[in-house]
Write a protein that binds this ligand. Sequence first.
Ligand SMILES: [Zn+2]
Ligand SMILES: [Zn+2]
Length: 336
Amino acid sequence: MSNDVDEDGYNDSNRAFLQAFLARSTMTFEEAKPVLAAIFSTHERRPVLPEDVTQADLSSYIAAANTAISPFDLEIRSTLHQLPDDNGTNGGSHRVYALVNTTSDPLTQLATTYTADEIAFVKRILDAIFDTYNTRRSEAMVVTGMQAVQLAKVSSADRRESAATQQPQGGAAQSLTMQQAESVMKRLLDEGWLEKSRKGFYSLSPRALMELRGWLVATYNEEDDEGRRVNKIKFCAACKDIITAGQRCANRDCLGRLHDICMRNFFRMQQAEKCPVCKADWPHNKFVGERAITTTEQYQQGKRRSGNTQRVSNATASASAIEGDEQEEDAEGEAD
Ligand SMILES: [Zn+2]
Ligand SMILES: [Zn+2]
């Protein structure tokens, strides 16, 4: 293999790495090791083992790739996955690298491969995750498969809104069939926009959060009718990334939030388990993400009644999630 080196040192190894990355769109260090080992083996004409690949190797290849792709408004960014790694490697946390488009919003990005009605459905899913199921009482920021399918249908309120604002093809968005909605959800999973938890809840992937950060804040953190700022999108006080899974302060008006993986180091450095914002004692049992639902008594009762956790259907999970939400509101409404 010829190894054309450009004047800036960019070579075939860099090109091979970028191609491998483009094919996947996200990568962890563990996933990058065999890829880089194969590239190094070819380049150095001797076998290089995945274990010999270092974080510094990956960082230098990503830096070179970023220089090559920046003219196209693309960038490889990284974030820590908000939930602990199943394998418990790297102290339970893992960094995810993702190729992101640095300029456009999600609806524009989907425009080349999804129809206008499908994109309107995706917007309803995002509204459900960041508005409907992200309230002062319950910051779940997830949807169940059943809730997603129910959003296939355009509500009259959505229709009024889409008629009032711009629709690419003119005219209001049309409903999808249940099958169409399910296939869009599957594509969003396959393409790495969404993740599905073992308990069946859909959330935005780390890649999507990185890519959509600016758009999410602009869309969901607005002033309400009385001119009060609504912070639907909140940030981890330790790492400053968006938080959609982690823990929250017990004080409902406080914006103190921490990822589980950030919390341990943060409290160790503070030498006290206090809210980083209001300094109240940290409760450890107030959650952001699906645990805002799954730790409610209502959800757990619903699971017991079904008798078999494997058989908890989306419908059961969905119904108990909503009930659980209301139950918590009632219970805490009395306590307030
Ligand atoms: Zn964090
Ligand atoms: Zn607080």
